[in-house]
Design a protein around this ligand. Structure first.
Ligand code: MG
Length: 434
């Protein structure tokens, strides 16, 4: 990436006190951005578009095991890890946004600025995002990107940065494959523009920061609406260069777009995470007087409860051990010692979430979970679907990748004598190559 490293390289020339003063000055002027961070992403995620279904704004719809916006932020971060990321969200979406950050890589988190709320139009939202960045410091280049384009990649980002450095304002364009007709209000063709001079425009649109900030301020004063940021630069008198976009960098709008995106993500997931591992877990808890048991994060009325230091969710314990087994990182007791008073009465989903986090930190995913609950009672069948859904949500996994089975032991052994419940689990995970 054409990123200036000048400040960092010169730092060795300072004496210690000088360097301290220099650092203090940099911190004072730019609380988060440092001098070498000359690229900023501005991600516009304030739209309400829900044409794609699920009733959610499309940037928060799930695509595999995470939200569209989370994919987009990951892809941007991977394309320019030094760039800071400013996201503009709708005021109603704070909790959706917080949820979508859960699956984001820890390093990407360190580049995220606090989100800002958008305005009534996309144009207003972009301006609010630019003003937020301007308060931090002045990046050299800003790349303004749609939240619903998760397939942006390093090649496009590099072309965007180079074009912005050279031309001041630039946008990715792709050639049209269909002939375009201009029609009148009766749908009669009035013109057939020459296709060679037409481009469909995508994002990230890239600008020298001050160019687009000034243009947006001018556009706001003009009280006119503009289709995209390139048009705002044009309005302010800047030539806009179109660099090569990519048809892969499509915007998710319709249900068909989501199907296409899912296929791509599945392919990428399998290609990028070839190291397949399995782990097993087994746990037993005894009954004691009580009126409910916890199984898989679901409360089930029963004539006993399970005895244990935590909430004694025997199924979650077996699953947690299976996941820790798959990454060969000890067992639940090593991570959460029963001797530690912090875990007394704890909800066992904390243990599972910790194991899932360990997998994420290794760059992996949980691909499948299969578990068996062994007891004479309570009956599991009526609760099976709720347990599957609860586990799928806890592990950020599709429900069809979570299997819950139940069996008795025909009256034999401790489970047959109704002294307690046993659970077995097998987790399959995928990790990146070493
Ligand atoms: Mg246990």
């Amino acid at each position: 990436m054409p990123v200036s490293m000048a400040m960092g390289q010169n730092a060795s020339k300072f004496d210690e006190a000088g360097e301290k003063r220099h650092r203090a000055r940099m911190t004072e002027n730019a609380p988060t951005l440092r001098a070498k961070n000359t690229i900023a992403y501005l991600v516009v995620a304030a739209g309400r578009g829900s044409r794609a279904g699920e009733g959610l704004p499309k940037q928060y719809r799930s695509l595999g095991n995470r939200a569209v916006l989370s994919h987009t932020l990951s892809a941007l971060h991977a394309s320019a890890p030094e760039a800071v990321i400013q996201v503009v969200i709708h005021p109603d979406d704070q909790s959706l946004y917080d949820d979508c950050l859960v699956n984001l890589e820890p390093l990407a988190h360190t580049r995220l600025q606090p989100s800002v709320f958008g305005g009534a139009t996309r144009q207003e939202s972009v301006k609010l995002g630019l003003e937020a960045l301007a308060k931090l410091t002045t990046p050299e280049i800003v790349l303004i990107h749609d939240a619903a384009r998760p397939f942006v990649d390093r090649d496009i980002v590099e072309r965007a940065v180079k074009a912005a450095q050279k031309y001041g304002a630039a946008a990715p364009g792709v050639a049209l494959t269909d002939t375009v007709k201009q029609v009148d209000d009766q749908l009669m063709v009035v013109a057939t523009p020459e296709r060679q001079f037409l481009r469909a425009v995508q994002t990230p649109q890239a600008f020298q920061f001050l160019v687009i900030l000034e243009a947006h301020r001018k556009a706001a004063d003009s009280h006119r609406e503009y289709t995209d940021d390139a048009m705002i630069a044009e309005f302010a008198g800047h030539g806009v260069h179109l660099f090569l976009g990519d048809t892969k960098n499509f915007k998710l709008t319709t249900p068909e777009d989501f199907d296409r995106a899912m296929e791509i993500i599945n392919r990428q997931t399998y290609a990028d995470l070839p190291d397949i591992r399995t782990g097993q877990g087994y746990d037993v808890h005894a009954f004691e007087p009580g009126d409910r048991v916890w199984l898989g994060g679901v409360e089930i009325p029963h004539s006993f409860k399970l005895a244990g230091h935590s909430d004694a969710d025997v199924l979650l314990h077996a699953i947690t051990d299976a996941i820790l087994g798959a990454i060969a990182e000890g067992d639940i007791g090593a991570h959460f010692p029963p001797s530690d008073p912090r875990w007394k009465g704890a909800e066992s989903k904390i243990f599972l979430e910790h194991a899932c986090q360990r997998v994420r930190e290794r760059g992996g995913i949980i691909a499948h979970l299969d578990a068996t609950i062994i007891c004479e009672a309570p009956k599991i069948g009526p609760h099976r679907d709720r347990i599957r859904q609860t586990l799928a949500a806890l592990m950020a996994l599709e429900v069809d990748r979570v299997a819950i089975k139940a069996t008795t032991t025909e009256g034999l052994g401790f489970t047959g004598r109704k002294e307690g419940i046993a659970a077995l689990a097998i987790a399959t995970i995928r990790l990146p190559p070493k």
